[in-house]
Design a protein around this ligand. Structure first.
Ligand SMILES: C[C@H](O)[C@@H](O)[C@@H](O)[C@H](O)C(=O)O
Ligand SMILES: [Mg+2]
Length: 443
C-alpha cells in the first residue's frame, strides 16, 4: 500500500556541458548540453523514501521547464500519495487541465515536460514503496488498475477502454515466460553513440570499431546537414559494420517533405532500415507522404521523440505515417500517457522502438519497453531500444548493458535518482562544473 502525505516538492536545473565535445549533436541541435529539470518529492512517511523524477531538456530550455514545475507544485504538495495513485487518471487530468496552465499547452511543450518530470517522480516513489522496479510494478499490476492510470480522453475513437482491457488480459498469457526470458537474455538495443553529427570521421571509425568489438549489431547515424558529408559517413559506417548489421538514419526534422524524399533516396544504397524525424515532428501527413515515397526503397519512417502527446501518436497511427514508434519517457505525460501509446501501437500492430539517450532517458525507458514486451506486445520482431553511452555514471542505479542488450533493472523504483554529488556539481549556474566554465569561457 502506498502511504504518506507529500510535504515538499523541489526542482533543480541540472546541466551537463556535453556540447563542448559535440556529444549528442545533430542536424538541428548543434550545441546540445544534455540537461534535466530534476524533481524530488518528499512525504511525511516514516520510511523516508523519496520520489525522484526528471524530464530531459537542453541547456537554456531547462530554466523554463523548472519554472513550469514550480507552477504545478501546488497540485502535489499536501496530497496523500494514496489520493494521487488511487485515482491516477483523475490526478493526471487535474494536472493537464489546470485552468490557467493549460492555456500554454495544452498537453504539449513546456507544461507537458513539467508534467512528465513530476509524474515520473510519483511513479518512482510508488514503485519504491512497493519495493519493485517500475517495470515489475507494471507487469504485476491488475489490468483494471493499470487502466485506471490512463486518461482515455481524445483517443477512444482509436482505442476504447474495453479494447485496452482485452489487450492487457491477453498480455497476461505466458507473461511469466517472457519475464524470465527478459531476466535471462535482456532486451535488444541499438547504439547512437558512434555517429553524432559533430564527430570527425576518425572518431566515428574508432567508436564504431569499439562498438563492434562490444557486440553491437545495430547503429544509428545522424544525417541531414550536408549531403556529400552524409554519403561519405554512411559509406564509411556501412563498410565498417558490413552488409548484415542494421543501419538507421536520423535527420532530426531538418528537411521539407520533398527534400526528405530526394535526400533519403540518395542514401538508399546504404540500406538504412529507417529514416527518423525526416521533417517537422508535427507534420503527420508529411510523414505519410514520405513513407509512401520511400516504400519502394524499403526504408521505413521512425518518429516520436518530439511527438507531443497521445493524440498525435493516434493520428500518426491512423494515417499510416510511421513504421517504428519511438516513445519517450519524458516528453509524454509520464508512464500514464506512455501506457496509452503502447496499447494503441499494439492495436495498430506497429513496433515500439523507444527513444533514449540524453540524460536519464535510457534509465527510464528501459522499464517501459520491458513492460511492453512482457505484458503488451509479446514480440521482439522489428523491435529494439535506443542506447547512448553518456552520463550514466551520474545515476544511483545506472542501466546495465551486456552485449548490446538492456538487462532488467532490479532496484526498486524508476531508476530516476541521480547521485547527490552529481546534482550539486552540475546545478546551473552555481555548481562547480559551471562555475569553472563560466570563469574560463563564455557559456
Ligand atoms: C539532441 C539529441 O542528442 C538528439 O539528437 C537525440 O535525442 C536523437 O534524436 C536520438 O534519436 O537519439
Ligand atoms: Mg532521434
Amino acid at each position: 500500500m502506498v502511504h504518506g502525505r507529500v510535504i515538499a516538492l523541489s526542482v533543480t536545473d541540472v546541466r551537463f556541458p556535453t556540447s563542448v565535445d559535440q556529444h549528442g549533436s545533430d542536424a538541428m541541435h548543434t550545441d546540445p548540453d544534455y540537461s534535466a529539470a530534476y524533481v524530488v518529492i518528499e512525504t511525511d512517511a516514516k520510511d523516508g523514501l523519496k520520489g525522484y523524477g526528471l524530464t530531459f531538456t537542453l541547456g537554456k530550455g531547462t530554466e523554463v521547464v523548472v519554472c513550469a514545475v514550480k507552477a504545478f507544485a501546488a497540485h502535489v504538495v499536501n496530497k496523500e500519495l494514496e489520493e494521487i495513485v488511487g485515482n491516477f487518471r483523475g490526478f493526471y487530468r487535474q494536472l493537464t487541465s489546470d485552468g490557467q496552465l493549460r492555456w500554454i499547452g495544452p498537453e504539449k511543450g513546456v507544461v507537458h515536460l513539467a508534467t512528465a518530470a513530476i509524474l515520473n517522480a510519483v511513479w518512482d516513489l510508488w514503485a519504491k514503496q512497493e519495493g519493485k522496479p517500475l517495470w515489475k510494478l507494471l507487469v504485476d499490476m491488475d489490468p483494471k488498475k493499470l487502466l485506471s492510470c490512463i486518461d482515455f480522453r481524445y483517443i477512444t475513437d482509436a482505442l476504447t477502454e474495453e479494447e485496452a482491457y482485452d489487450i492487457l488480459k491477453k498480455g497476461k498469457l505466458d507473461q511469466k515466460e517472457r519475464e524470465e526470458q527478459m531476466l535471462k537474455n535482456g532486451y535488444p538495443a541499438y547504439t547512437t553513440s558512434c555517429a553524432w553529427l559533430g564527430y570527425t570521421d576518425q572518431q566515428l571509425k574508432e567508436l564504431c570499431a569499439g562498438a563492434l568489438k562490444d557486440g553491437w549489431t545495430r547503429f544509428k547515424v545522424k544525417v541531414g546537414a550536408d549531403l556529400p558529408d552524409d554519403i561519405r559517413r554512411c559509406k564509411l559506417i556501412r563498410e565498417m559494420i558490413g552488409p548484415d548489421n542494421l543501419l538507421m538514419l536520423d535527420a532530426n526534422q531538418r528537411w521539407d517533405v520533398q527534400e526528405a524524399i530526394d535526400w533519403v533516396s540518395k542514401l538508399a544504397e546504404f540500406k538504412p532500415l529507417w529514416i527518423e524525424e525526416p521533417t517537422s515532428p508535427d507534420d503527420i501527413l508529411g510523414h505519410a507522404t514520405i513513407s509512401k515515397a520511400l516504400a519502394p526503397l524499403e526504408i521505413g519512417i521512425a518518429t516520436g521523440e518530439q511527438c507531443h502527446n497521445k493524440v498525435m501518436f493516434k493520428q500518426f497511427l491512423q494515417a499510416k505515417a510511421l513504421h517504428y514508434l519511438q516513445i519517450d519517457s519524458c516528453r509524454l505525460g509520464s508512464v500514464n500517457e506512455n501506457l496509452s501509446v503502447l496499447l494503441m501501437a499494439k492495436k495498430f500492430q506497429i513496433p515500439v522502438c523507444p527513444h533514449a539517450g540524453g540524460v536519464g532517458l535510457c534509465e527510464l525507458v528501459q522499464h517501459l519497453i520491458l513492460f511492453d514486451y512482457i505484458s503488451v506486445s509479446g514480440s521482439l520482431e522489428n523491435r529494439m531500444c535506443e542506447y547512448v553511452d553518456h552520463l550514466h555514471e551520474h545515476f544511483k542505479y545506472p542501466v546495465t548493458i551486456k552485449k548490446a542488450v538492456y538487462m532488467p533493472p532490479q532496484d526498486a523504483g524508476y531508476s530516476t535518482e541521480m547521485k547527490e554529488e552529481s546534482v550539486r556539481q552540475h546545478q546551473f549556474p552555481d555548481g562547480d562544473v559551471w562555475q569553472r566554465l563560466i570563469s574560463g569561457q563564455n557559456v
